[in-house]
Design a binder for this molecule. Structure first.
Ligand code: G6P
Ligand code: ZN
Length: 542
């Protein structure tokens, strides 16, 4: 029943920040997905007879690749596959299911917040038995394997009915089609005070959750509306569509602008939130206040003890390097560890597994905790709701008080998308070459205290990850970070992250872009963004 199929390697199957992402037509090339999946399996050991979890965000091409992955799991000797009904599993739900059922690992089919459709993006990512994204060592091995692969194994099992819950025999391997929401919703009930949140909704609390026609729709319907009693209509755009309704399922101020505008308007609900294609990102907007992901991490960490799952306190906080230092001040006050990792959720895995950190976050709209090994959009929203319910204050009040206590880290990210790869590389190389000469010099009256190319020394396994982004630190705590995105699928995306610390509450009400304008201009002086990219302004400001 199992066939060995000859194949030729592709040279471009290098996993990026979060798995292999390419345009759908690239994935549709003969054997492209098969090669990658086989390269994953060939890089693993000991999965014979074990369980593999498979699910995706429902985007175009999801079902086809899921069928292939199931047949290949059977062909390679897995004992069991757990797949979400309709091929659906949000990334955090997949992480949870891997952990809960002690699976060997999982394949998550998604390109996260990137658009979907016949000419848009698709992706495959492998998560290990701890529920987290494969570590670099493994993704490197997968890439190496993909360059020499000459065959893949696939069982002739026909199509599995992905829509019917229950067990199917697939050529000796058991396939279980599971409700994608149930286990996850149950986990959330153990972490948060659902009674308190329910009471808040009963009292007239209004919320808007934009699922962006992506995977969190069914999760939000079940948890917010059914279990927490939020009024029908709280979850919007809740039907997952293969092309996300033609939109970018990216919960930022550009792609979730309608929600933002509503939250800034006169009749704004009390709380607004959105999640991305695969459900791991979150956007949080209070009435007339946008909470940056960096601030959200800090505020959630400072208040997490109000939720039952975190009442014992936090073991530590971790954030990616470009994320603002707001959370550092919370860690300092709580007297707990603070860890600065490279961009990419996979770097948090060791800290979480080792019990060194409880809560993690990234500027890229990711927040999560040790309940799974992925960032988790709805989790962040529920923790916010729990905190709002316990404090009985608005998000704006909570933010204002937080800044008064800790000071405010003004923060913004400027993205230059689809820049010519060569120009972007040139900018980074040139900047790298000048790093040693920068400290001690001044730009626009601001003195540079230090500059480096961030390298991470993992305190758990001792591994070192170099070239993770260029940091220019100014005296007084301001900072500019330059980094090339690892998740784009065409050209290069240059990210400029700027941050300024303001301790004085009298200056906590400034417009963010204005508060940062000098710093932004200085960053351009230093790196020559306009000169290299030919762009007058960023494509996206968040
Ligand atoms: C994915 C990863 C995140 C990462 C983000 C931004 O969502 O899961 O951990 O922060 O990509 O990556 P990029 O390389 O595009 O800045
Ligand atoms: Zn995502």
């Amino acid at each position: 029943m199992t066939r060995t199929v000859e194949t030729k390697p592709f040279s471009d199957q290098k996993p990026g920040t979060s798995g292999l992402r390419k345009k759908v037509p690239v994935f549709q090339q003969e054997h492209y997905a098969e090669n990658f999946i086989q390269s994953v399996f060939d890089s693993l050991e000991g999965f014979q007879g074990q369980t593999l979890v498979i699910g995706g965000d429902g985007r175009y091409f999801n079902r086809e690749v899921i069928q292939t992955a199931i047949a290949m799991a059977a062909g390679n000797g897995f004992g069991r596959v757990i797949v979400g009904q309709g091929g659906i599993l949000s990334t955090p739900a997949a992480s949870h299911i891997i952990r809960k059922y002690k699976a060997f690992g999982g394949l998550i089919l998604s390109a996260s917040h990137n658009p979907g459709g016949p000419h848009e993006d698709f992706g495959i990512k492998y998560n290990a038995g701890n529920g987290g994204p494969a570590p670099e060592k493994l993704t490197d091995a997968i890439f190496e394997r993909s360059k020499t692969i000459s065959r893949f194994l696939i069982a002739d099992i026909g199509l599995v009915d992905l829509d019917r819950l229950g067990f199917v025999d697939a050529g000796g391997m058991e396939v279980e089609v599971v409700d994608p929401v149930a286990d996850y919703a149950e986990l959330m009930e153990t972490l948060f005070d659902f009674d308190a949140i329910r009471t808040m909704f009963k009292g007239g609390f209004r919320m808007a959750f934009d699922a962006m026609h992506a995977v969190t729709g069914p999760y939000a319907k079940e948890i917010l509306e059914k279990r927490l009693g939020a009024p029908a209509g709280t979850a919007r755009n809740f039907v997952p569509l293969p092309d996300f309704g033609g939109h970018h399922p990216d919960p930022n101020l550009v792609h979730a602008k309608a929600l933002y505008d509503e939250m800034m308007g006169d009749d704004a609900p009390d709380f607004g939130a959105a999640s991305d294609g695969d459900g791991d990102r979150n956007l949080v907007i209070g009435r007339s206040i946008f909470i940056t992901p960096s601030d959200s991490l800090a505020m959630l960490a400072a208040n997490a003890h109000l939720a039952p799952g975190y009442k014992a306190g936090l073991k530590g906080i971790a954030r990616s390097m470009p994320t603002s230092g707001a959370a550092d001040r919370v860690a300092e006050k709580l007297g707990i560890g603070m860890y600065e990792t490279p961009t990419g959720w996979k770097f948090f895995g060791n800290l979480l597994d080792a019990g060194m950190a409880t809560i993690c976050g990234e500027e890229s709209a990711g927040t999560g905790s040790d309940h799974v090994r992925e960032k988790d959009g709805l989790w962040a929203v529920l923790l916010w709701l729990n905190i709002l319910a316990m404090r009985g204050e608005s998000a704006r009040e909570i933010a204002t008080k937080h800044w008064a206590t800790y000071g405010r880290n003004y923060y913004s990210r400027h993205d230059y998308e689809e820049v010519e790869t060569e120009a972007a590389n040139r900018l980074m190389t040139e900047l790298r070459g000048r790093l040693a000469a920068l400290p001690g010099t001044a730009v626009r009256g601001m003195k540079i205290a230090a500059a480096d190319d961030f390298a991470y020394h993992d305190p758990v396994d001792g591994s070192v990850s170099k070239n993770q982004g260029i940091r220019v630190m100014f005296e007084g705590g301001s900072r500019a970070v330059f980094r090339l995105s690892g998740t784009g699928t065409s050209g290069a995306t240059l990210r400029l992250y700027v941050e300024r610390y303001e301790p004085d509450p009298a200056h906590h009400d400034l417009d963010t872009q204005e508060a940062l304008s000098e710093l932004i201009a200085a960053a351009d002086d230093i790196a020559g963004i306009r000169r290299h990219t030919g762009r007058e302004k960023p494509s996206v400001i968040t």
